[in-house]
Each structure stands twice: as C-alpha cells, then as structure tokens.
Design a protein around this ligand. Structure first.
Ligand code: AMP
Ligand code: MG
Length: 418
C-alpha cells in the first residue's frame, strides 16, 4: 500500500501519511506575534522577527588580507624585477588617512587600511627586502590580497532574513556589521503535561501497577535545548476527565502550545480526545500511518496549538520529532526546516507489515565503500522500549510500502534528538 496523502481528521477515516500529517500540523501553526529586542549577547538561538540590516559595510573599508607590501601596479614598468622604496608602515587600527606616494610601497599588515592609490598587496614571503628596499620578480594581479569595502555585506542592506535562528556565526556576522540589538520573536510558551494514573516521578517509591514517568523529563529536556521555548511543566494528570478538561483549558489559555503525552488512543481510559472535543478544540491530525505512534492528536484549543502525543516514550519521541516539532518551529517564527537525513545502507534484514512509515533506532560502526553508514538495528523497536533510543546514533526511515529490508538496502537515517 502506498502512503496515502489523505487529510482525514476523522477517527475512523483512513490514516494520513506522515508527510501529510506534518504539512497539516505546520499549516495550522501560526508564528507568535509577540516581539522583543535583544542585545546580541542574549540572542543565541532566538529567531529574527524582522530582517537584520547592516549598520555599516563589512568590511567597513578596503584593507589588506595579508602581511606584506601595498603598492601601485602602474609603478611596475617593464618586465621586472622591480625595486620599490618602503615609504610607510600601516598596522591594523591605523586611523591616518594615507596616500601612497608614486614609486613607493607601504609595509602593511593584515586588517590594516589600504592607502589611497595602492591597488595590490604582495605577501611578505614573495619579496626580498634589503633595508628599506623591496625587490619583486612577479607582477601582482590587480586587487590581489585586498578585502574590499562591503564585499561581505553592503551598508543598509539585509545581512540576515527574518525567520532565521541566531547561530554563533550569524551573531558574528551581525556584530561585524555593527548591529548591536536584534528584533526577535518572543519565546514560545509551551506547557507540558503527562497523563496516566500509573505514573510516578523518579525519586519516589513505586507502588503496585505504577511506572516511572519518562516522557516528562524527555520532553522537558528536548525543549530545554530550544532557546526559543519557555516551558511550563504541569506535571502528571490523573486519568480523570474533569481534571484533564480543566487542566488543558487553563494551559491553553496562557500558552502558545500545549503538549500532553498519553491518553490519545481509543481506550476507555484515554480521555484527551474527549476532553479536547468537549472544549471545542479543532482537531486537525488524528490518524497517521506512522510506526511507532499511530495515536497522535494535533489541533487548536482556543489560541493554543495542541499536541497530544502517545504515551509510549518511543512513540512520543518519534511523533514529536516528525510531526509536532516542525509545527512548533513555525510557531517560533522559524522559516527554514532543517534537512538532516543522510543516505545509509541497511546492515540488517527485517520483514514487516506495509502501510505505515516506520522509524527504527539504529547504530553503526562501519561504512560502505561510498562512506555511507552500515546500519545495525537496535532492540526489537517496540514502542515502549527506551534502551534502543537511548543508545541509537540515529533513526532509520522504512518507507511505508517496503515489505522487506535486505542487507544492502538503501535507507535514510536521521537524528532523533538534535
Ligand atoms: P497511553 O497512550 O496513555 O495509552 O499509554 C500507552 C503506554 O505508555 C502505557 O503503557 C503507559 O503506561 C505508557 N506511558 C504513558 N505515559 C507515559 C510516561 N509519561 N512515561 C512512560 N510511559 C508512559
Ligand atoms: Mg494512559
């Protein structure tokens, strides 16, 4: 069966493909409207809400790219070798307004301003010098070793587009253009909650029938890495419809995004869907042809985007990274979706039921002749298991219509947690 692209939101309708679910989730997400101005030192990882415009040109003046000698090509008559007298010495930070006298060269250092009239810099290694005379044997190229004013960024032009996140080199670029503060989207206010009567936090004693809560710490840690998120941790909610309704209503009223785990299947103890419906949520993604993680809900509750992740930790991790995260990135104002998959070669065999795209935790210690990792499968891939994802170097993507994976089969591999 090919991956269906149907966008059915009905619980019993056909499943949507992972790509359709992701597109749908992204389509219903809106960038946060709140903005703020931040100093560069406080802006790492934040998202530009407006284009960043260069305050000055980069570089702000013509300067030397080498330690060497600045000269004027028209002073080199005939075939050479040529001798020039050194008339000046210009270091980085020299603020004089200089003009190179005819028939002379200037000793110059990397980053120093070019004297007017000079049109090339010869590396110091390429001349012989005796006292204040240099001798060169090769004619330099026009403009060689000169970094021109504005060749990187021109003054008053866009240095970075809106929607980009501020990585260290992007911050360096802005600083280089004299930009001290940036306009960014305010942090996305995200509320997280875990549902399940069986859940207990690590550090407390486990009663009969109880398990420790893995999803809360996983989600919280995943979000903590995103500089553009501000998390509210609402802890564990019992499987009680009234409490769930009240909690999600309150969370949606004061957050941009609410993320819950558990309670989205069709079981009698799965109350999230009923609570969302009772609160008049618009449900956009319900049934997805994905393994693990079929029970997944994405919708809008008041002004908030709601991600109802499955309870099984591996399923929660996969559905978050494949479907919810791209939508969350859009809420943050990001416009670029990282394309992080790499080609890989299966080193395992696996016969499977078709119809759902499957994500398998993998590791590798060898590469094929083209340098592609040879993937080994970790664990049985059960959606409740945590050891496989804890040890995985990546997640292999098995296309929904592939019934057998053979060793040597070409697969995509992607990072699960970046
Ligand atoms: P549910 O989606 O609520 O039906 O849960 C599916 C499975 O995941 C059940 O075995 C739950 O006990 C388990 N589960 C639900 N929430 C968590 C959690 N936060 N941490 C670990 N396991 C969970
Ligand atoms: Mg549950």
């Amino acid at each position: 069966m090919a991956e269906t692209a149907m966008c059915s939101a009905g619980k019993s309708g056909p499943a949507m493909s992972v790509d359709a679910a992701r597109l749908r989730a992204v389509a219903v997400a809106c960038p946060v409207a709140r903005r703020e101005a931040l100093a560069l030192d406080n802006a790492l990882g934040r998202v530009l809400s407006a284009p960043a415009i260069a305050a000055t040109a980069l570089p702000p003046f013509d300067n030397s790219a080498m330690d060497g000698y600045a000269l004027r090509l028209s002073d080199l008559r005939g075939d050479g070798p040529w001798e020039l007298c050194i008339a000046d010495r210009i270091a980085a930070g020299d603020g004089r307004s200089l003009c190179l006298a005819r028939g002379t060269a200037a000793r110059i250092f990397t980053g120093a301003p070019m004297p007017a009239g000079a049109d090339a810099v010869v590396m110091q290694e390429q001349v012989s010098r005796v006292d204040d005379i240099i001798l060169l044997t090769q004619r330099p190229q026009l403009g060689q070793n000169i970094r021109r004013l504005g060749e990187d960024v021109q003054k008053k032009t866009q240095a970075l587009a809106a929607g980009l996140s501020l990585t260290p080199p992007r911050l360096a670029l802005l600083a280089g253009c004299g930009v001290a503060t940036v306009a960014v989207h305010s942090r996305v206010r995200v509320a997280i909650l875990s549902t399940g009567n069986e859940l207990v936090e690590a550090g407390h004693a486990l009663g009969p029938g109880q398990i420790y809560n893995s999803n809360r710490v996983m989600l919280r840690a995943t979000l903590a890495r995103l500089a553009w998120v501000e998390v509210t941790d609402l802890g564990i909610l019992p499987d009680e419809p009234a409490k769930i309704r009240a909690a999600i209503r309150a969370a949606a009223g004061s957050h941009d995004v609410v993320i819950s785990s558990g309670g989205v299947s069709a079981g009698e103890e799965d109350h999230i869907l009923d609570a969302l419906r009772a609160e008049q949520a618009e449900l956009d993604v319900l049934k997805v042809a994905i393994r693990p993680g079929k029970p997944l809900t994405i919708g809008r509750l008041g002004q908030a985007l709601y991600f109802g992740l499955p309870g099984n930790p591996y399923a929660a991790a996969i559905t978050f990274s494949q479907i919810a995260r791209p939508a969350l990135r859009k809420v943050a104002g990001l416009t670029d979706e990282p394309d992080t998959w790499l080609p890989a070669t299966a080193g395992f065999s696996y016969a499977r039921t078709t119809g759902r795209r499957e994500y398998i935790p993998v590791a590798w210690s060898r590469r094929d002749s083209l340098g592609r990792p040879i993937l080994e499968r970790l664990g049985p891939g059960a959606s409740a298991s945590l050891s496989p994802i804890a040890l995985a170097m990546g997640i292999a993507v098995i296309p929904s219509d592939l019934s057998i994976v053979h060793p040597g089969q070409q697969l995509k591999v992607e990072p699960l947690f970046e």
